[in-house]
Design a binder for this molecule. Structure first.
Ligand SMILES: Nc1ncnc2c1ncn2[C@@H]1O[C@H](COP(=O)(O)OP(=O)(O)OP(=O)(O)O)[C@@H](O)[C@H]1O
Length: 255
């Protein structure tokens, strides 16, 4: 009997020989990286490994000295930040940037972009209120949808901001150390949220917290001194002698 061939995975991101110099110091140094559409990738590495710089290049905030960054086949290097954002790269920064005086519902309303077929796969053609209701439920804020966002806990603000990025219907979602400062319970709930979002989004997570990394990780990329050190499952990278070596003296790969 003939069986259907598995759908070919498409690379959404291809990065070759990426180098970023700050006054001669190479924050990224010949980095090669690729990401398949639909992947959830966690990027780890000790302090100063170049993780944030890597995201800064992907969003156009920092321009490389050398190398190629192709997003869906399009070279990002010459594009401005807003052009990259319009291509569908959405970033959640480490610190929440929600409108404190507006409610979660109002914050989400502002983030929706009705021209991009928002949530077409997730929700069909429901109206904006339904979309916001569904998103509030996804991020666990249904019961706090009308209070000022300033009254939310740190973790809840982070979830709201993740929701605000999701409302823009990104093709690639970048999450930069989003569990920093969260309680253990909030961290675990964030892991569940990311795993749920990963069902229909391509996501890159930069992270330090190894317990959290173990919770969500499928494939892990380890950066060191601006270059790729190794890639694999959480268990593979955790037991890799090179990873153990670079983490000694900084963050020990626990868990
Ligand atoms: N604008 C800048 N000017 C000069 N040096 C910079 C600049 N931005 C980053 N660096 C340096 O580049 C290196 C990589 O920084 P980056 O923030 O990307 O690392 P990181 O892996 O995100 O570190 P951390 O885990 O501490 O956040 C660091 O040594 C940092 O000091």
């Amino acid at each position: 009997m003939l069986t259907a061939a598995p759908a070919a995975t498409r690379q959404i991101l291809q990065i070759q020989d990426l180098t970023v110099s700050f006054d001669g110091f190479k924050a990224l140094n010949g980095l090669n990286f690729s990401l398949d559409e639909g992947e959830l990738r966690v990027v780890i590495g000790p302090n100063g490994a170049g993780k944030t710089t890597f995201l800064d290049v992907l969003t156009g905030k920092v321009k490389p000295t050398k190398g190629r960054v192709l997003f869906k086949g399009k070279d990002l290097i010459k594009l401005k930040e807003y052009q990259i954002s319009n291509l569908g790269i959405g970033r959640k920064f480490q610190t929440p940037r929600v409108y404190q005086n507006l409610s979660p519902r109002q914050n989400l309303e502002l983030s929706f972009n009705p021209n991009k077929g928002v949530f077409s796969t997730l929700l069909g053609k429901r109206d904006l209120t339904d979309k916001i209701d569904a998103l509030l439920e996804t991020i666990g804020l249904t019961h706090k949808d009308r209070i000022p966002a300033g009254l939310l806990s740190h973790g809840e603000k982070q979830w709201l901001e993740i929701g605000m990025v999701i409302a823009q219907d990104p093709n690639l979602l970048l999450l930069d150390e989003c569990v920093a400062g969260m309680t253990d319970k909030e961290t675990e709930a964030t892991g569940e949220l990311i795993q749920s979002l990963a069902k229909d989004h391509t996501i890159v997570v930069i992270e330090h917290d190894m317990v959290f990394v173990r919770q969500i990780a499928r494939k892990v990329t380890v950066l060191h001194q601006g270059a790729l050190l190794c890639e694999g499952s959480f268990e593979e990278v955790k037991n890799d002698p090179r990873v153990i070596e670079v983490y000694l003296g900084s963050h020990k790969a626990k868990g």
